[in-house]
Each structure stands twice: as C-alpha cells, then as structure tokens.
Design a binder for this molecule. Structure first.
Ligand SMILES: *Cc1c(COP(=O)(O)O)cnc(C)c1O
Length: 428
C-alpha cells in the first residue's frame, strides 16, 4: 500500500499541531511509522488520503457501533443543522435523548450531558465528592477516565503508550487524592479503605476495562466493589464511556446485574459527535447546579446537532433488539478465527473478549490487570499492526487498546481479516 499523501499531510500537520495530531494515540508513536490520514468512511470501511480502503476496527474508538456514516444519524444531523447549530438555550431534543437514555440504563433517574467522556468522569467525581463530603478517590492502574488531572495516575492506553503514566503538570496536591488499586484485586481496594477510613468519596472503575486492551472483571469483582462502597458510605462510579450502549442496552450494569451510583457515558452516546454524559438517581443528581451546590456547566453542552446524532443512535440500538447479540456473535467468530490463525504458527497469545470488545495480547499469561497487560510482547505487536495495515486492516496503533466491532462488518469482512492475520502470523 502507498502512503505518500498521508506522509505529506502528516508533515504539514506536524508544523502547526504538536506531533501532527489532536489526540496522542493517533500519532503511531508506539508502533512507529506515519499515521494514516482519513478522507472518508462508510459502513465498515475507511478510505484514506491515498485512496486505500481499510477495514476499520477502531471505529472512532467506539462510537460507530453501527458503522460509519450510518444514514439515519447523518440525516438527523443534516436536518438539525439547517435550523441553526447552537443556541445556548434549552431545546426539546435534549429532553428526548435524556428520556430515552434514562429508560435504557438501569438504576438512573436523571442524566446531564457534557461534551466528552473526560468531562463526564471529571464531573462525576466532583459530584461524588460533593455528595459524600469526602475528598479521596480510588482508581485502578491501567483504567482510563479521560485526561483530567485526577485521573492521570497510571492511566492506561494513551498515557501508558507514551511511557508517561504520571504526566507533568499534575500537581502533587491533586495526585495525593487519587489512590491506586489493582484491577481484579479486591484485596488491594480493601487495604486502601482500611488505611483511609471515612476519606473515600468514590471508587471509579471501567466495569469492563478497555484501556489496557479488553480486560473482563473477574466474577465477584464488581459485586465486591459495590459491597465495599456500601460498607464505607462511598459512591461507586461506573465509567461506561466505552461500554455504555455497546455491551448491552443498559451497559455493564445490565450485563452483570450490578448497580452503580453514578454512571459515565461518552463515545456511542454521541453517535460520532462530541458528547459525554453522567447519570444517577434523583438524590445524587439533586446535588448538581442549578438545583444543588455542585457546579458544572458547558457553553456547548446539549448541542442540538450532537443530541440529534446521539438520539438517533440510541433509538436505533433500542429498537433493534438483536443488535448486541449479533455484535457478540461476530466478535466471537473473529476471536476464534484469529486464535486459530495465530496458533497455527505457534504464536503465543491471549485474546480477551466481552461482547463487541476484543483485544489480542502477545502474552503467555492470562491478561487480568495492568501488570499482565504490560508484560506482553510489544515488538511483536508492532509487526502485527504494520502487517495488518499492509493488508488493509486497521486496528488501534497500540497494544493497550481494545478493538471495536461494528454491526456494519460482514462475515466476509471478518474472513478477510482472519486471512490477513494468518498471512501476517507467518512473518511474526
Ligand atoms: C474514551 C474514554 C474516556 C474519555 O473520553 P473522551 O471523550 O476521550 O474524553 C473516559 N473513560 C473511558 C473508559 C474511555 O474509554
């Protein structure tokens, strides 16, 4: 494949944008080479600036669960845009998407919309602190909750890929209020609660981790967090920015039957436009401005184009009762095919999968937390990534990312991908 045009565009971008990108993991630093510039996308395919067609397994890092340029979403955005793009005043579409989201997600009465997953998590933690009157939070090594200061402590994917888990610019004062636990290790959480009795405002967790590759919670892990939070009057925050409206209509709360106190959303909920949200029961949401004391705001929050895209996306997922099952089956098929192709060439690997999230680790041990994810063979991942790219298959340019399966992928696309994996496996 040729990448002349992408290389030129990257060079021009790098003159005026730091590293040539507006979000670090796009820059290919962990796999080497030049990022692919996109021209357009449709369904399961990306078309890059050089005219190459790529089968896409990133899907804008999750939002495009029904494929790129999903016609009902495009139509809804175009129609709304004709009426004006932003007012800074309430619009009916905000209530419509809020009603729909609250009806799909268990255990929440109200939802507040923001512009990104980062904002959702940042606001959720402020709300948890305001509601509980406590200051410290527990997060898990390798979990990513966006780039706000409190979370840039062993933050998974982007931050890890660049080898700067603790970013300069985060003050010691902020960092000391974020206490680190180990994913899938309840003991590590218990120890922190014991050492900080009555100081923990909340535990924030990716209930299925997706930012150190895909890592499912061990049976009992989420229930254990629920019980620890109850015993210590702490808030349990599920960061479902990646898993919400992807693993089930009601996200992980529904999938594993565990109730969180505050749930964060992003990615799918915006249908490909910049949207985040956080939701909870009345008693917690009543702490939020303008009715409560915890301040939170946004000039473009609830933007009509973004709400129209998100509403149309959620409606499509809510009406198609088989979509999550179909996605799971496609992902399981891919899992089986990739695993066989790698095994045929004696490549040690671990594949983790939950619903339509899947990741391939070149590791001999089970990948259950940040430490085991970080042990995998990154050199081999680089060759795997570039081998697949050369075959027209686009996976995330980092071993710490999940792949996102979309309903637009056909079994023929999956077979093409598996054949490419077999071809690349031979060279690993
Ligand atoms: C992507 C992601 C975020 C951050 O969302 P942005 O929209 O990129 O700010 C937060 N939490 C999780 C689990 C994510 O996957």
């Amino acid at each position: 494949m040729k990448y002349q045009r992408s290389s030129q565009l990257f060079k021009a971008a790098s003159e005026v944008i730091p590293g040539g990108v507006n979000s670090p993991v796009r820059a290919f630093k962990s796999v080497g080479g030049t990022p692919v510039f996109v021209d357009k996308a449709k369904g399961a395919y990306l078309y890059d600036a050089d005219g190459n067609r790529l089968i896409d397994y990133i899907n804008s890092w999750g939002p495009m669960i029904l494929g790129h340029a999903f016609p009902p979403v495009i139509d809804a955005v175009v129609e709304k845009a004709k009426l004006g793009t932003s007012f800074g005043m309430p619009t009916e579409i905000e209530t419509q998407i809020a009603e729909l989201a609250v009806s799909m997600v268990p255990n929440v009465d109200q939802i507040r919309f923001v512009n990104s997953g980062t904002e959702a998590c940042m606001s959720a933690v402020r709300l948890a602190r305001g509601f509980s009157g406590k200051e410290k939070i527990i997060k898990f090594a390798g979990c990513y909750h966006g780039h706000s200061d409190s979370f840039l402590i062993q933050a998974g994917s982007g931050a890890v890929t660049f080898g700067s888990p603790n970013s300069p610019g985060v003050t010691k004062g902020t960092a000391k209020d974020t206490l680190l636990a180990t994913y899938n290790d309840l003991e590590s959480v218990t120890r922190i609660f014991e050492a900080n009795p009555s100081d923990i405002a909340c535990v924030i967790v990716e209930p299925v981790a997706g930012n150190m590759g895909c890592i499912p919670p061990h049976p009992g892990f989420l229930k254990g967090l629920r019980d620890l939070c109850d015993a210590n009057q702490s808030i349990l925050v599920f960061d479902e920015v990646m898993t919400g409206f992807r693993l089930a209509k009601g996200g992980v709360q529904e999938l594993y039957g565990i109730e969180a106190d505050i749930v964060c959303f992003g990615k799918v909920i915006g249908g490909g436009l910049p949207v985040g949200a956080f939701a909870a029961r009345h008693e917690i949401m009543a702490y939020l401005a303008p009715i409560g004391p915890v301040y939170q705001a946004g000039t473009l929050s609830g933007n009509p184009l973004a709400m129209a895209a998100g509403y149309t996306m959620l409606k499509a997922l809510n009406t198609d009762i088989e979509v999550f099952d179909r996605l799971s089956k496609k992902t399981a098929y891919l899992h089986k095919g990739i695993s066989k192709a790698l095994s045929d060439y004696q490549i040690s690997h671990t594949i983790n999968r939950v619903g339509s999230m899947i990741s391939v680790h070149f590791s001999k041990r089970p990948v259950v937390d940040f430490e085991t994810a970080a042990e995998a063979n990154n050199e081999r991942f680089k060759s795997f990534f570039h081998g697949l790219l050369n075959e027209g298959i686009y996976i995330a340019p980092s071993a710490f990312e999940s792949w996102f399966i979309t309903d637009a992928l056909t079994y023929q696309d999956l077979d093409e991908t598996i054949a490419a994996v077999a071809k690349v496996a031979k060279t690993l």
